[in-house]
Write a protein that binds this ligand. Structure first.
Ligand SMILES: [Zn+2]
Length: 219
């Protein structure tokens, strides 16, 4: 294994996805920082629910997210997902969540085609890691997206189809038998809060009440 790592290092240099340090894909220092106590954000646009972040928009929080999105570092889903799971556990300890072992994680909307080009939706990827860590009572339900294929609007009625056309955040057909657990919106970066606010609003309009939002990096 060590030899394989050394060989691949000759082809693709290995850098820490958080700080760029060479020789490791994710260093201990970044791992310690990303697992520190969550911070509560006060976005410019009122999201309507509390918003928690692993950290501010800087290394290793913003850099790891960018590395996943722009440099195909899908391996970073593991440390980010682990840290998200730890954050949800902490929020339960702080009574911000009833129980971190029973949740529905809703990834923030992604541009379907862009996500596909990058080889997957990064937010859903690390949300799935977090869910696996927290146990069988936590599921990931991708209900939201922005621009996508016509196929995605199938199953929507005329009103929702119209909002589809406006370019706003769209909601997929809500699966029947959705578990009756608290919903947490999950995203990689929160800047103004506009996307999170619109996500919370559109989900509420469909009877899904988000308890809080959890992001990796907050501006
Ligand atoms: Zn690092």
């Amino acid at each position: 294994m060590r030899m394989l790592t050394a060989l691949s290092d000759l082809i693709v240099p290995i850098d820490c996805g958080g700080c760029g340090r060479t020789g490791t894909r994710w260093c201990d220092r970044c791992n310690t920082r990303i697992r520190d106590a969550p911070i509560e954000l006060t976005p410019r646009i009122d999201v309507g629910v509390p918003v928690w972040a692993l950290g501010r928009y800087r290394a290793p929080f913003a850099t790891s997210v960018l590395a996943m999105k722009e440099h195909r570092r899908s391996d970073l889903a593991v440390p980010i997902g682990d840290a998200l799971a730890a954050m949800l556990g902490t929020l339960a300890q702080w009574s911000e969540l009833p129980d971190a072992r029973h949740l529905n994680l809703v990834p923030a909307p992604t541009r379907t085609l862009a996500a596909r080009r990058r080889g997957g939706d990064t937010v859903t990827a690390f949300a799935r890691v977090a869910a696996a860590r927290l146990g069988p009572g936590v599921s990931v339900t991708p209900l939201l997206h922005t621009a996508g294929s016509a196929r995605d609007s199938m199953g929507l009625d005329a009103r929702h189809r119209a909002s589809n056309m406006s370019g706003a955040i769209r909601i997929r057909a809500i699966p029947s038998g959705l578990h009756d657990r608290p919903f947490v919106l999950v995203d990689d970066v929160l800047t103004t809060g506009a996307t999170a606010a619109e996500s919370v609003r559109i989900l509420a309009a469909h009877g899904i009440s988000i308890l809080c939002a959890a992001v990796v990096a907050g501006a």
